[in-house]
Design a protein around this ligand. Sequence first.
Ligand code: NAG
Ligand code: NAG
Ligand code: NAG
Ligand code: NAG
Ligand code: NAG
Ligand code: NAG
Ligand code: NAG
Ligand code: NAG
Ligand code: NAG
Ligand code: NAG
Ligand code: NAG
Ligand code: NAG
Length: 362
Amino acid sequence: MKLSNVALFMGACSSAVANPVHELLYRRDVANGTTVAGGSNSSAAGDASNGTATASSTSPSSTAATNVTGGGYGNSSSGSGSSSGSSGSVSVFVTGGTSTLSNSSGVDVNWLFNSSQSLNVTQLYQISIQINQTLGQGSNNGVVIVSNAESLESLGFFSSLVFNTDKPIVIAQNAATGAAIAQDPSSKARGPLVLGDNHLIYPGVFAPSAGETSSCAAVGIASDASNATWFFENSVPALTGPSSVIKQNYTNFTNIDVQNTPVVPIIYDGGYSTQIISSLTSASGFVIVSSGVNSTTSSIGNTSVPVVFAEGGSGLHFVGDEDVPQGTIPAGYLSPVKAQILLSVAAVNGVSSSDALRSLFP
Ligand SMILES: *[C@@H]1O[C@H](CO)[C@@H](O)[C@H](O)[C@H]1NC(C)=O
Ligand SMILES: *[C@@H]1O[C@H](CO)[C@@H](O)[C@H](O)[C@H]1NC(C)=O
Ligand SMILES: *[C@@H]1O[C@H](CO)[C@@H](O)[C@H](O)[C@H]1NC(C)=O
Ligand SMILES: *[C@@H]1O[C@H](CO)[C@@H](O)[C@H](O)[C@H]1NC(C)=O
Ligand SMILES: *[C@@H]1O[C@H](CO)[C@@H](O)[C@H](O)[C@H]1NC(C)=O
Ligand SMILES: *[C@@H]1O[C@H](CO)[C@@H](O)[C@H](O)[C@H]1NC(C)=O
Ligand SMILES: *[C@@H]1O[C@H](CO)[C@@H](O)[C@H](O)[C@H]1NC(C)=O
Ligand SMILES: *[C@@H]1O[C@H](CO)[C@@H](O)[C@H](O)[C@H]1NC(C)=O
Ligand SMILES: *[C@@H]1O[C@H](CO)[C@@H](O)[C@H](O)[C@H]1NC(C)=O
Ligand SMILES: *[C@@H]1O[C@H](CO)[C@@H](O)[C@H](O)[C@H]1NC(C)=O
Ligand SMILES: *[C@@H]1O[C@H](CO)[C@@H](O)[C@H](O)[C@H]1NC(C)=O
Ligand SMILES: *[C@@H]1O[C@H](CO)[C@@H](O)[C@H](O)[C@H]1NC(C)=O
């Protein structure tokens, strides 16, 4: 599909879908529904654990969902047992953002660090070691990663690549809201979820870039302090679903025991040349942000490292074969940051051939 057609399509999508949603959000903000984080009042955690108790008795829908996505996923013991609901807990990992939660029944809080900057791939892999261990425990019902605003997108996308689980993985700036969503049985079997600034809940694969509020790919909304309203039945995005190329053919992407993380620079808008690419010898690949149709057609030449073109800016775009110089890889609908993470994870696992990489990108 040509870029311009996609832009038109997406424009139609946001005007049709966004308005009612924004109306809802606007009313929320006026009503100041986001009081969860407030001071020492720990009612959010209390409400949330009551939520789990009621939910486990009414679980036919979550059992059905487990069957749907069972294919390539691990056998998560929390899935069906009606007894596990009361004993299991959600683990919160704080890497930034806001957390006033303390350990309580049903929630345990782990402080990793408090970063206000965008997390790099090294840090993403570090975090994933503990999360992987936690997800492997039978008593665990899900994970919340509390993050600064800049890292929501990379955490969402990275988690979608490296974790295989039906358990909820919720990435949010506020620990209490994230924990409430993770304790909602309906958040299972959706892949990692990202809670945006605007209360919308996105699949990790479609997490908006920092500061953006695209509503097109949202799957739900955090409609009040402890409840989510879901727009869709449980399902996972095709790119990282159980039958995707990434999960079927690249099973080693879940390997998180990584010693050296690669360098994959993002080069903006016309600021690149074959010279830059050949001078950065330590890079395992490059993401070039193209600013639209035919923005650059100079040939990239025979670089030995992969070069991916992704489009920046707000909303979803699609960069296809016809939009990029020969020998380079179009990022499809992936943003520059998501393309960078996918290239990095591929590089970590020694996947660098052009054909292999093309099969990974949408
Ligand atoms: C909502 O809360 C914010 C931050 O606490 C405050 O600045 C704002 O005035 C509040 N709005 C209303 C309508 O109460
Ligand atoms: C929590 O806040 C609510 C509303 O402000 C209040 O009614 C309630 O008593 C508070 N609970 C505690 C434990 O402070
Ligand atoms: C929540 O659970 C606690 C302890 O199980 C109970 O005392 C409290 O009444 C419950 N709250 C609601 C709103 O059900
Ligand atoms: C899910 O799988 C179980 C066991 O295989 C089966 O008993 C149950 O009927 C399935 N549920 C649905 C909705 O297919
Ligand atoms: C999942 O694990 C449970 C408990 O270990 C086991 O009884 C069940 O057969 C497993 N299901 C599958 C599909 O492997
Ligand atoms: C919560 O409990 C875990 C152990 O279960 C502990 O490692 C952690 O430090 C505790 N967190 C807080 C904030 O006390
Ligand atoms: C990632 O950030 C950490 C902490 O700021 C730093 O020590 C590390 O070198 C960075 N890694 C890369 C690959 O930039
Ligand atoms: C945790 O990592 C191991 C290998 O490192 C992998 O086999 C397993 O699937 C991972 N667990 C999850 C939940 O992704
Ligand atoms: C969450 O939704 C349930 C069912 O719709 C409702 O009973 C409960 O009061 C809601 N919780 C809050 C905090 O509004
Ligand atoms: C993935 O693996 C299957 C089976 O091994 C193979 O037929 C298929 O061509 C592979 N696809 C890609 C894109 O590598
Ligand atoms: C893009 O460039 C090609 C070749 O230079 C040209 O044929 C085509 O018309 C251009 N497309 C647009 C939309 O400018
Ligand atoms: C990871 O898997 C891919 C696809 O099977 C393979 O090409 C690659 O060599 C593997 N990487 C490592 C380090 O084994």
